[in-house]
Design a protein around this ligand. Sequence first.
Ligand code: FES
Ligand code: FES
Length: 151
Amino acid sequence: MKLLVNGKEHDVSVPDGMPLLWVLRDVLGMTGTKYGCGMALCGACTVLVDGQPVRSCVRPASAVAGRAIQTIEGLSPNGDHPVQRAWAEVDVVQCGFCQSGQILSACALLKAKPKPTDADIDAALSGNICRCGTYQRVREAVHRAAALGGA
Ligand code: FES
Ligand code: FES
């Protein structure tokens, strides 16, 4: 099947039903997307498909063939995307495991709502669990990203 990841087409041959997460990590070597629960419960594996957050641990790669998949690796070549800059300024990250999912959910939110309220942020990111409890800084960073130019 052909997967369009971060604007580049990849021809992959994988078993039927293989989750997108495993294709990204094990076949394409993109390990920025993390495995947490494997049950669509934690958000660590979040990627964007046609701009919408998707839990890649439960989505078969075949279901997103030919669609625009974005991972954390594709956000910017040098880490200077407004959301990444905001994350660095606010110093959001603790262990980091949940953060690529948090950032991609934030990007989708900012695309839909360039100036989100606290309630918008809480609603959009409620599926991204952070065991380190960085929620306050995530919220602050989303506001900062909006000020820096958003998604
Ligand atoms: S690893 Fe996919 S939602 Fe937790
Ligand atoms: S920063 Fe550690 S789980 Fe979120």
